[in-house]
Ligand binder design. Sequence first.
Ligand code: C2E
Ligand code: CA
Ligand code: CA
Ligand code: CA
Length: 280
Amino acid sequence: DAKKAGKGQIRTFSPEMLGLPREAILDSALRHALHTDELYLLYQPIVDVQSGEIRKFEALIRWSSKTLGQVPPDQFIPIAEDSDLILEIGEWVIATACAQFAEWNSRFAIGHCVMSINISAAQLKDSRFAAKLQSVLQQHGLQPSQIELELTERVLIDDGDYVRRSLNELNQLGVRISLDDFGTGYSALSYLTKFQIHTLKIDRSFVMRLTENDKLQQLVSSIIMMGQKLGMSLVAEGVETPYQARTLSAMGCDFLQGYLISKPIAAQDMPAFVLSHTGR
Ligand code: C2E
Ligand code: CA
Ligand code: CA
Ligand code: CA
């Protein structure tokens, strides 16, 4: 009877079972991960709306933990951000993405493409951030204009001196700046004029709801027009259907990213994808 009652209640492992907070488990496992090969990057192609050709790659971190299994970045990045771990992880991401991009550069004619890298606020607080990035670029023979850093609105609104200084240095260096998840959470727009921002990424939550109502379409269309007027290029993320792609294209969006084009893919699978998506 007891067994029957327990049926269907089988619990999968969770760190709480060990009596430790999830954060502590993740933190120590993540420190371990940095020194093994548990962290890796996937790359999601971003294509030109008109030609369908690849123009950018977004580097997305993955963690395959031997003890915890596959842990999604939404879970471990916030924990890394609570400590200095994010700095080490961030540097690893930059070094890995740049090395990979340099390799693709030499194998394929993708010199016109851009590698897009997600950056946490804490990384910009490092006064040596721009200098370190510059040295990685030099090491791999990459042009600063081939790199785009994806920052969220939160980073720009929290505009302490460190952000202003880092952003100015990055602008000087010539790397591109992309505003990620645009339109979610914050409504202060003044930072759009304070910093040089090259790209606006329209958040997936807007793209997903395009069919919902006319107001939402007007909103997305307005974001695109605003970006264009400020001289930025527009990327729509989370594009899953041909309808979304058509609608965004008609609104003047420049680039599309999402499962309709491709899921994030492993580095070793990229060559085949690149060859089938360049008109060369
Ligand atoms: P994000 O920067 O907004 O990344 C886009 C997320 O949407 C990715 O999730 C991607 O796999 C997913 N995605 C792309 N296209 C589609 C689609 O068509 N449909 C759906 N349903 N999802 C789509 P992912 O890889 O799980 O990353 C989640 C978040 O983790 C990222 O959101 C970013 O904020 C953070 N992240 C990922 N890699 C890094 C990194 O290297 N450094 C930092 N600081 N954060 C990272
Ligand atoms: Ca991003
Ligand atoms: Ca995003
Ligand atoms: Ca998003």
